[in-house]
Design a protein around this ligand. Structure first.
Ligand SMILES: Nc1ncnc2c1ncn2[C@@H]1O[C@H](COP(=O)(O)OP(=O)(O)O)[C@@H](O)[C@H]1O
Ligand SMILES: [Mg+2]
Length: 204
């Protein structure tokens, strides 16, 4: 049993996309997965409903129930992924406290790096172990280096896994599947698999 929380104040950073891909990679590895969707937008829930997968249990959580839903999911499943809304402070704190690992997706821009610094502070206050994963990374150039510098300044521990900007990731929401399931030989599939393997190594 292990609980991985996806958090980031900035919307559109890739929390739901990465949560879905991690869940699908765990399923491919034969594990049962609990999805706790504490975002009122319910995008991860919609992905799960499209998916129709008996190995996935969905908890579309109202905020006052988030803590107990995470505990229930953890009792019943090998792995739990929690998808958080951007801004909802007390809800976020509940999820952080229940986590074994927090993954903060961050696009390589200054704005995202600043938002990540604030989230890292919150994780530290809640004594949650946090890692930053760069998402929608361009092939080269842009603001990548500047973002990496800012993240290092705020004490971020970057994951080695990083994900490019790829249509295969957004297509997951049309099908309820993942890049790895739809296009197993794609770069997106390899990137999602690397994320899962690094998360597993961190969970120990
Ligand atoms: N690596 C990626 N490549 C391409 N599109 C992505 C990638 N990550 C996220 N997206 C797209 O960006 C948008 C926001 O992602 P989402 O996962 O919903 O972010 P969040 O949950 O943090 O608000 C979605 O349309 C999603 O499909
Ligand atoms: Mg989301």
């Amino acid at each position: 049993m292990a609980v991985v929380v996806f958090a980031q104040q900035k919307g559109g950073s890739g929390k739901t996309t990465l949560a879905a891909h991690l869940a699908a990679a765990w399923r491919q590895a034969g594990m049962t997965v609990g999805l706790v969707d504490v975002d009122p937008q319910r995008s991860l829930s919609r992905w799960a409903e499209l998916r129709r997968d008996g190995g996935v249990s969905l908890y579309s959580s109202k905020d006052w129930r988030a803590g107990s839903d995470i505990r229930d999911a953890a009792k019943g499943c090998d792995r739990v992924v929690v998808d958080c809304p951007g801004a909802a402070e007390s809800l976020l704190r509940t999820a952080l406290r229940a986590s074994n690992l927090v993954v903060l997706p961050c696009q390589p821009t200054q704005l995202d790096a600043w938002a990540t610094g604030a989230m890292l502070e919150m994780c530290a206050k809640e004594k949650a172990r946090a890692r930053v994963v760069l998402n929608r990374v361009p092939a080269r150039g842009g603001t990548l280096e500047e973002a990496e510098r800012l993240l290092a300044e705020s004490g971020a521990e970057l994951m080695q896994a990083r994900l490019g900007n790829r249509v295969a990731f957004s297509n997951a929401f049309l099908t309820g599947r993942s890049a790895g399931e739809m296009q197993p030989r794609s770069i997106a599939a390899a990137e999602a698999k690397a994320l899962e393997q690094e998360v597993e190594a961190l969970l120990g």
